[in-house]
Design a protein around this ligand. Structure first.
Ligand SMILES: NC(=O)C1=CN([C@@H]2O[C@H](COP(=O)(O)OP(=O)(O)OC[C@H]3O[C@@H](n4cnc5c(N)ncnc54)[C@H](OP(=O)(O)O)[C@@H]3O)[C@@H](O)[C@H]2O)C=CC1
Ligand SMILES: O=C(O)C1=N[C@H](C(=O)O)C[C@H](O)C1
Length: 233
């Protein structure tokens, strides 16, 4: 497969290594708002760029009939526009806040736990995410997906960074050098605590998931999620 990388930073470089090992070719590495891209050579694009660049990259690919996988976080105010563009152009698009298999299993576990605890009002939920110091957005996209998972199963209505009201899920974002991504969901009652935690040891899981999603989407039409790719529930 001929892959174009939108964003050639920490993730773009890791995706390149994994894609080459899986016998794909990298036909473009795009780090800025490029205007001279030859879309005719690209089978699929993978965007791990920046919050202010992701939507433009997705739009550009969809308008040139190139399927696009985006892992960039912090741009979701434009997500619905991307969905509409994909449908108008009969294109193919996946956004995931986290492409690793482990985190996608963790999302399922989080929803299951929230569903069980939903009726047990003695527990208060909170979340913590820890990432490296270069991260631009907070809370992480993964923490937002986890919070949405809890909101879907309980009476919580919103998430909030730090201090939250009664119906809000408090998320603490910490930045510590060289931390690829750690997420903890905690439930506290007067008598006990329940915690689930996912720790990424490096970026390989994210990158492999993105390449698997790219392999999966070629030839398909529509807006998909990692649940579709991994055949989860
Ligand atoms: N969904 C997931 O599984 C994961 C998501 N992420 C997310 O992916 C994104 C990238 O992460 P990471 O690789 O660590 O970040 P980096 O900062 O290392 O890389 C981002 C790259 O994007 C480039 N860039 C800037 N503007 C544009 C543009 N208009 N078009 C294309 N590229 C551009 C930057 O170039 P320059 O430096 O020259 O500005 C840089 O090389 C983040 O939003 C992060 O949260 C990260 C890991 C996993
Ligand atoms: O910026 C990162 O590094 C990561 N970003 C994603 C997020 O915001 O959830 C995924 C992963 O945790 C690494």
């Amino acid at each position: 497969m001929n892959i174009a990388l939108f964003g050639y930073g920490k993730m773009g470089k890791m995706i390149e290594q994994i894609a080459l090992k899986r016998n794909h070719s990298i036909v473009a590495k795009i780090d800025l708002d490029a205007t001279d891209i030859d879309f005719s050579k690209i089978d699929v694009a993978i965007d791990f760029s920046m919050p202010n660049a992701a939507f433009g990259n997705i739009k550009n690919c969809l308008e040139h009939n190139v399927p696009i996988i985006s892992g960039t976080t912090g741009w979701l105010e434009d997500y619905q526009k991307a969905v509409d563009l994909c449908n108008e152009n009969q294109g193919a698009f996946i956004y995931a806040s986290n492409f690793s298999l482990g985190v996608n299993l963790f999302f399922e576990l989080n929803s299951y736990l929230a569903k069980m605890i939903g009726s047990q009002k003695q527990y208060r939920v909170s979340m913590e995410e820890i990432h490296h110091t270069q991260k631009l957005d907070a809370p992480s996209g993964t923490a937002i997906t986890l919070a949405e998972g809890v909101i879907n199963e309980t009476d919580y209505t919103k998430w909030k960074l730090d201090n939250a009201g009664d119906s809000e899920i408090p998320i603490t974002a910490k930045r510590i050098a060289d931390t690829p991504g750690t997420h903890t969901v905690s439930y506290e009652s007067e008598v006990d605590s329940i915690e689930i935690k996912h720790t990424a040891h490096n970026r390989e899981g994210f990158a492999l998931g993105a390449v698997i999603a790219a392999e999966w989407i070629v030839g398909k039409t529509g807006v998909f999620t990692m649940k579709d790719v991994l055949n989860l529930s």
